[in-house]
Design a protein around this ligand. Structure first.
Ligand code: FBP
Ligand code: AFP
Length: 336
């Protein structure tokens, strides 16, 4: 390969030399990357682009939408609907899946996305991102519906995110490790800047919204108390805490230097399995983390093995450095 490897070259290698992905998936991922580039440009304009603030609408989860949530969602839909590689798309921002209109050719893949994750950070100029996941349309299905998206994360054929931070990056897996591409703003191309990313098994850093501490169940409280006890506690070392409130940014840090990210279910809504969305956030991030040698559970089981029962299903999340995820998961064995 040439010294500077572009996203296209990287994907062509996976397609031609390794035979890992079909050409249609390569083309689909390139379109997603192009849409992320456009979203990144809109994000970077900030107040100058008139894109900050509320859109004045609510999404299916009852959360108020930011203007950029809506722009990012439309950008992904428009970029992907005519390419011929997709059968349907589903978004965290839409009630139901979107079937590719009849006027365009239809492909065999399903695309899911959280168009702009971390929206509470948009107006304060802190890193945000786009998360995506690709599934296959089950064989023989002519008219895809929401039900056809309800596949476990192990069925993902690709997943990734774009992070709009000090630099714009695309982090991707097609099931052959994790690669990171940095957007060269001068040439407009995604350039491979790290391949075969590995998450260290051990860490001294954790991420959790500590303001919810009083609502936590005993396994999470026990685990975090032990981390906070530092070198005098049972762990025998000091831990540092980071919480960006953009899952993309927190997971990006973990892929870069290790750590554990937690969003547990808690007593605020005992009947709800957590806050984060299985299909748009937890599954794609779990695929990336596992491909980088880490682990991802809901405290009880591997996230990617959960069989979803609805498109907007929520889930508790513990992901990152393997040894830490295994430890907090083992604390859940005794129940709440
Ligand atoms: P650096 O520039 O050395 O990273 O320090 C950053 C900083 O001074 C503040 O920006 C930040 O609020 C604080 O450190 C974070 O400190 P801690 O690591 O103790 O949470
Ligand atoms: P939004 O995309 O709705 O802002 O949600 C972001 C998020 O799902 C995830 O990216 C963060 O880790 C988490 O929410 C932050 O949640 P808290 O505000 O409860 O800390």
């Amino acid at each position: 390969m040439a010294s500077k490897v572009s996203l296209t070259q990287y994907l062509v290698e996976k397609q031609r030399e390794k035979g890992l992905i079909p050409a249609e998936l390569r083309l689909l991922l390139e379109v997603v990357a192009r849409a992320c580039k456009r979203i990144g440009i809109a994000v970077s304009k900030g107040a100058l682009g008139g894109v900050l603030g509320d859109a004045g609408t609510d999404n299916v989860q009852g959360e108020s939408q930011k203007k950029l949530d809506v722009i990012a969602n439309e950008t992904l839909l428009e970029a992907n609907e005519w390419g011929g590689n997709l059968a349907a798309m589903a978004s965290e921002e839409m009630d139901h899946s979107y079937t590719i209109p009849h006027r365009y050719p239809k492909g065999e893949f399903l695309l899911l996305f959280d168009p702009l994750d971390g929206s509470s950070n948009i107006d304060v100029n802190v890193s945000i991102g786009t998360i995506f996941s690709v599934l296959r349309l089950p064989e023989g299905v002519l008219a895809p519906t929401d039900d056809h998206f309800l596949q476990p994360g192990t069925k993902q054929v690709a997943a990734g995110y774009a992070i709009y931070g000090p630099c714009t990056m695309l982090v991707l897996t097609v099931g052959d490790g994790v690669a990171a591409f940095t957007l060269d703003r001068e040439t407009g191309s995604w350039t491979l800047t790290e391949d075969q990313i590995r998450i260290p098994g051990q860490t001294k850093e954790f991420a959790i919204n500590a303001s919810n501490q009083r609502h936590w169940y005993p396994p999470v409280k026990r685990y975090v108390d032990e981390l906070l006890a530092g070198r005098d506690g049972p762990r025998g070392k000091d831990f540092n805490m980071r919480w960006v409130a953009s899952m993309v940014a927190d997971v990006h840090r973990i892929l870069t230097r290790g750590g554990i990210f937690m969003y547990p279910r808690d007593r605020r809504e005992p009947d709800k399995p957590g806050k984060l969305r299985l299909m748009y956030e937890a599954n794609p991030m779990s695929f990336l983390v596992e491909q980088a040698g880490g682990a991802a559970t809901n405290g009880l089981q591997r996230i990617m093995e959960i069989r979803p029962s609805k498109l907007h299903e929520r889930v508790a999340v513990f992901l990152g450095s393997r040894e830490e995820v295994e430890r907090v998961t083992s604390y859940h064995q005794d129940g709440d």
